[in-house]
Design a protein around this ligand. Structure first.
Ligand code: ATP
Ligand code: MG
Length: 758
């Protein structure tokens, strides 16, 4: 103990201490990033335990991720000196819901050993329900309905709770009936989907007052981190438990609410005082995490949002040598990855550990470029909150298609995608194929093509399988003639794989489609599909950095609550960040959520932040000159350094968006454009840098250059060279597609990005 206080209390400021000690009654800690909210929660638990107010098993503590739960458990252990094995109710809402449900499954007609369905199983089940109802599942895709069910369950709505109007959405007005039938099927299968884990518990609490009373009595203290991102179902769950014994302490920051797209309701914070009368509201204002420059930049940026609760934030950090937020332009994402890789190595050279560096991207597809770069440099890295790029489900599926095309004997690849998307090739069919293959010791695909020429299978399965095989052989025939990126795109389109994700209404589907596009993009750096697949296997084989000192790579969404010495924020360009989807779907509120995400990103850093934007980026398969993010203009000049610029920016701040001081014509630096990577990329239609020495650059020129990729600047009659087909003359132009009469290969339709002027 120090100064009469237990050690753990002596380390807190007066407001934090008040939040820790206000054990009775509802408490809301509303405070900005890095003010110690999570630390308050952890200390509060330690305090409850140390003062003997409750046993570990009487505390309910909710974190946003499993990782956060593990960390909290460790820290509490350190504070109270010893292990806290007995904190069974510390975890995510899902984990806690599952635990409660297992104990009382029979009350919602399940058995305690119920299974939790993964998304694939869920989709299959929904599809059956739709078909059983006599509806056409092409017109009413199961994935779409899955998204809707998710949305309902986020709001705690079971079939019987739907409003008239909502009950009549989907499937010719049969939404509620289908939803009810799906729930029935789950019950029969003794299964739950993710949303059920809380919805069932809410229902069970409402119907069984004795059970609710039992849990209300058990949980003497309840604590919730990241409260701004709870959804309605989670809120209802808490409110039920807190009815008679409101020792509920929630901590959150309305400026960090970033899961609105997944059903989170920042209103839960706003109505806390109303729903829990007599609540103590505590505000923390001192930020302990970041330098004054970082905090100044973040605060200034977030001030552009309307409708905030408004908070004061200050820091006592006053290091006169602290770095300003560095803003840096690059030519494209490859150069961006190179610059970040160089910077990481430079920091490492000065003794900084890799663990303390993080790259936070807006969209998961951006990771690909960094992962490739790190493997080249031999820099260990880990991806937090998700798989590595090439290990993502959609990427593995796509790679399986390519492998099965190139290599008909690749059984694993074939097996993975033969029924993905669903083609009615059930277990019976596949078993047959397997048996045939084993019996004759031949690859699955060969066995399958034998089988479809016989009467062994039901006609439907036979036709379906024959169709897949035919597609594969057609694709295989094109390997020599079609540029490999076009072939890859064709495979994903014709197989129905892309469409499967397009029909998917779950929140992660658009990200998966972006990843698939990035996969195709990354192939351009290679000459053949074969060469590309070899590269991928090298990357996949790269050492796992588990436990070792490694750079952290993650999305901004996964970075919530974390902190690092150095943070890299790439891709600050309009359309990427703020993301186009958020702008399209969410209007002003979508933009504000993006800005909160930027705030989260900046405030993860203790000592230094590097923000990047690339002047050119491929979006939807086409090179576009990018517009610097409006968020760059929202950073205050006094806290920002524009790094490595050869031109003078002037005119900081106050300029309306559109006349950005980061306009790329002024902004990019020209340090490294003769590298091999660049030469390689020229072939694939990447916009070209102006020749060295031709300065200064005029903006219009650059724009015109990048337009070549979007709208063809070739003219009819022009003689051109194509990598695969050789020389020819253009006979027709249709956007970026050219019809060319090749001297050897005859008339072909190709993409302009594969053609060079001769
Ligand atoms: P976020 O909003 O990002 O989740 P937070 O409010 O939860 O942030 P914490 O992560 O709890 O903030 O704390 C931020 C950093 O400040 C941590 O490194 C923490 O240890 C440190 N910190 C918090 N309070 C104090 C204090 N009183 N004295 C010293 N360091 C502190
Ligand atoms: Mg926190």
């Amino acid at each position: 103990a120090r100064g009469g206080w237990p050690e753990y209390l002596a380390d807190l400021n007066p407001e934090q201490r008040a939040a820790v000690e206000a054990l009775d009654g509802p408490v809301l800690v509303l405070a900005g990033a890095g003010t110690g909210k999570t630390r308050v929660l952890t200390t509060r638990i330690a305090h409850i335990l140390a003062s003997g107010r409750a046993w570990p098993s009487q505390i309910l503590a909710v974190t946003f991720t499993n990782k956060a739960a593990r960390e909290m458990r460790e820290r509490i252990g350190r504070l109270v000196g010893g292990s806290v094995e007995g904190m069974p109710w510390l975890g995510t809402f899902h984990a806690i819901g599952t635990k409660i449900l297992r104990r009382h499954a029979e009350l919602v007609d399940l058995r305690s050993d119920f299974t939790i369905l993964d998304t694939d199983d869920q989709i299959r089940l929904i599809k059956q329900v739709i078909q059983a109802d006599g509806l056409d599942d092409k017109r009413w895709p199961a994935r779409q309905f899955a998204g809707r069910i998710d949305h309902w369950k986020n709001r705690g709505l079971m079939p019987e709770d739907l409003s008239e109007g909502e009950g009549r959405t989907f499937g010719n007005g049969r939404g509620r009936i289908l939803y009810a039938a799906y729930q029935e099927r789950l019950k029969t299968l003794n299964a739950c989907d993710f949303g059920d884990l809380l919805c069932h518990v809410i229902k069970l609490f409402r119907k069984n007052h004795d059970v609710l009373a039992d849990f209300q009595g058990r949980f003497r203290f309840m604590l919730v981190d990241e409260y701004q991102d709870t959804n309605v179902a989670q809120y209802l769950f808490l409110r039920l438990l807190a009815q008679n014994n409101p020792n509920l302490c929630c901590v959150g920051d309305d400026d960090q609410s970033i899961y609105g797209w997944r059903g989170a309701e920042v209103d839960n914070i706003l109505r806390f005082e109303h729903d829990f009368p007599g609540a103590t509201v505590i505000r923390l204002e001192r930020n302990y995490r970041s330098t004054a420059h970082i905090l100044g930049a973040a605060s200034h940026l977030i001030a552009h949002n309307d409708g905030r609760l408004g908070k004061t934030l200050f820091t006592e950090a006053d290091d006169p040598d602290a770095d300003r937020v560095a803003v840096r332009a690059s030519w494209d994402s490859e150069e961006e990855a190179r610059q970040i890789g160089d910077e990481i190595e430079a920091l490492q050279g000065k003794g900084h550990s890799l663990d303390q560096m993080a790259i936070l991207v807006r969209a998961s597809f951006q990771m690909r470029e960094f992962e490739d770069r790190f493997v080249t440099l031999g820099l260990p890295y880990r991806v937090i909150g998700g798989p590595r790029f090439y290990e993502r489900m959609e990427i593995r599926d796509a790679l399986a298609y390519f492998r099965a095309t190139l290599q008909p004997a690749d059984d694993l690849a074939f097996e993975r995608i033969v029924n993905k998307p669903k083609r009615g090739l059930g277990e019976v069919t596949l078993k047959l194929v397997h048996e045939q293959a084993r019996a004759r010791n031949i690859p699955l695909m060969q066995a399958a093509s034998d089988l479809v020429q016989t009467e062994e299978m039901r006609p439907q399965a036979r036709n379906s399988l024959a169709g897949v095989l035919k597609s594969f052989s057609r694709w295989r025939d094109l390997i020599e003639t079609l540029p490999h990126t076009e072939l890859a795109e064709m495979i994903l389109d014709e197989s129905g794989y892309t469409e499967m994700w397009q029909n998917d209404r779950s929140p992660d589907a658009p990200g998966r489609l972006e990843n698939l596009k990035e996969l195709i993009r990354s192939m351009e750096e290679f000459d053949t599909l074969q060469g590309f697949l070899e590269h991928v296997s090298l990357v996949m084989d790269a050492d796992r950095a588990d436990g070792a000192d490694a750079v952290n790579l993650m999305t901004l969404h996964s970075a919530k609550g974390l902190e690092f010495d150095t943070v890299f924020l790439p891709g600050w360009e309009e359309g990427l960040f703020p993301h186009q989807r958020a702008l399209d779907e969410g209007g002003r509120s979508g933009l504000e959520e993006e800005r909160r995400l930027a705030y989260v990103g900046l405030t993860r850093a203790r000592d230094r932040v590097h923000v990047f934007f690339a002047s050119n980026r491929r979006i939807h398969g086409m090179w576009q000159s990018s517009v610097p993010s409006r968020f760059l203009d929202e950073l205050p000049a006094e806290h920002v350094d524009v790094v490595e610029q050869n031109t003078n920016y002037g005119g900081y701040g106050g300029r309306p968006y559109g006349a950005s001081r980061f306009d790329k014509a002024e902004a990019f630096s020209s340090s490294s454009y003769t590298t091999p990577g660049w030469q390689r990329a020229q072939k694939s239609g990447r916009p070209q840098r102006p020749p060295q020495g031709r300065a200064p650059m005029i903006e219009g020129e650059l724009v015109a250059k990048s337009v070549t990729a979007t709208e063809s600047l070739f003219s009819v009659g022009e003689r051109v060279f194509h990598m695969k087909f050789g020389y020819g003359a253009i006979s027709q132009i249709d956007g970026n597609k050219l019809t060319i009469d090749f001297e050897k290969a005859g008339r072909k339709r190709v993409l302009d990005s594969f053609v060079e002027r001769h």
